[in-house]
Ligand binder design. Structure first.
Ligand code: CAO
Length: 416
């Protein structure tokens, strides 16, 4: 099956998570992604949090599938020449070095554009160009704090909290992938490459859009009716942390199910959808609430919404989270069990759809990874194992016209 990005050649100058998540996605869809790594060392995640001594860590294998690996010291003269040849025949260069690193290496946008005017140069940085923090190095949690996620996540009586979801890293990589694909379509029309830049702060802010909505509502009316602080608690002039409240007009909360005393994930998320009040009452055995003026409307319910949640928890006490959802789904109530990573890893539906997939790796054997969350009617991305460090160095250099002797001498000089 031909994949849509076949024929697109990508120089993958990325490391850690934000950049690799982007190029991995493009590789799944058919792009030839050549990961350029320092000889002898490679992407730092190859060594981070290893579970098998001497074998690439899962941090690396789960973010670098379907790629080729070229080792190259791009600070040497020979290494720069190899990179120049690669640039001349590639479509996209993706990087997420610290600010200025590519320029210091001698590959400014102007130089790359001179070598290949059709080249798209895509970058992830912590903060956008010109921002007063644009010199900072940034990792995931730094971005979550800078992007408004941490100040609005957690409970009101606790500190700002970061999410386990990679809002700063993988999310930024997904934004960058959209930017690259847009630039590729643009290039079809203009024949010219361009620079595409995404900052981690901006990508987090993009996902915190509803919190900026809330700040403006708070500025205007002084309270936020869907937050647990309303109507009994206090609001200041900044959006507070709302615990597990729903972010829209539908109140919701994480509720205890049977076994919560010993199982940290014996919970469901329960949503009180306004127009579904009647089925909710029927589902939880409270038909008398349907027409009770104290419960009938969302406004009437809000002052005692936590009493309502407590009543639902009483109903849930003898049901596992899966049993509860099986009952509630019949009443069309938006809900889900709180799933542990173990449950996700073994979920038959996720295995069948390819969202969780088992991949073979030359040194580690099989491992689980997250496959494509994007499903196509005409393509099923096949996820292959990540490359060993420098596995494709010779193949790539030969493709660039280097002879066996030249490659051997570069190896000798530790250029590759
Ligand atoms: N050959 C020779 N040199 C290479 C090379 C290669 N193949 N690959 C990288 N290098 C060099 C870089 O040129 C840089 O050299 P200089 O500092 O002398 O210019 C050096 O290696 C280190 O790069 P770095 O500063 O990017 O790496 P770091 O570990 O110090 O910082 C990080 C890591 C992630 C904080 C930083 O890269 C960064 O802020 N990136 C942008 C934001 C980002 O993507 N963060 C997400 C990371 S995922 O959590």
């Amino acid at each position: 099956m031909t994949k849509p990005l076949e024929g697109v050649k990508i120089i993958d100058f990325t490391h850690v998570q934000a950049g690799p998540a982007c190029t991995q996605l493009l590789a799944w869809f058919g792009a030839d992604v050549i990961k350029v790594e320092r000889p002898g060392a490679g992407d730092v995640t190859r060594n981070q949090l290893r579970d098998i001594p001497g074998v690439d860590a899962l941090y690396f294998t789960m973010l670098n599938s379907n790629k080729r690996s070229l080792t190259l010291d791009t600070k040497t003269q020979d290494g720069k020449e190899v990179l120049e040849r690669l640039i001349q025949e590639s479509d996209v260069l993706v990087e997420n070095f610290a600010p200025g690193a590519l320029d210091r290496m001698g590959f400014t946008w102007e130089r790359i554009n001179e070598l290949n005017p059709k080249m798209i140069v895509a970058s992830v940085k912590g903060f956008s160009d010109g921002h007063h923090y644009d010199d900072l190095k940034v990792y995931e949690n730094v971005a979550q704090c800078a992007g408004g996620a941490a100040s609005t996540t957690g409970f009101w009586d606790g500190p700002p909290t970061v999410s386990a979801a990679a809002l700063g890293d993988s999310n930024t990589g997904m934004h960058l992938a959209i930017g690259i694909l847009t630039a590729l379509i643009g290039r079809d029309k203009t024949g010219k490459g361009q620079k595409v830049a995404v900052s981690m702060q901006d990508s987090v802010i993009n996902l915190c859009r509803v919190k900026l909505r809330d700040q403006q509502r708070l500025d205007r009316v002084g309270y936020l009716e869907e937050y647990p602080q309303y109507p009994h608690g206090e609001f200041t002039d900044v959006v507070p942390r709302g615990g597990n409240a729903g972010g829209g007009g539908q109140p919701g909360w994480v509720l205890k199910c049977k076994g919560w005393e010993t199982d940290p994930n014996a919970y469901i998320y329960f949503t009180v959808q306004g127009h579904a009040w009647e089925p909710i009452c029927r589902a939880i055995g409270k038909p008398e609430w349907i027409d009770d003026p104290a419960y009938k409307t969302a406004e009437a319910r809000q002052p005692h919404i936590f009493d309502i949640f407590n009543t639902i928890e009483t109903w849930l006490a003898d049901k596992t989270k899966f049993e509860a959802v099986d009952i509630l789904r019949k009443f069309d109530i938006p809900c889900s069990p709180v799933l542990s990573m173990k449950e996700i890893a073994n979920d038959p539906s996720l295995r069948a759809s390819g969202t969780i997939t088992e991949v073979q790796h030359k040194a580690r054997g099989s491992y689980l990874t997250v496959g494509s969350p994007i499903k196509f009617s005409d393509m099923k991305p096949e996820i292959t194992g990540s490359p060993l460090l420098g596995e494709h160095t010779e193949e790539v250099l030969k493709g660039l016209g280097y002879s066996f002797e030249q490659i051997a001498s570069m190896r000798e000089a530790k250029v590759v």
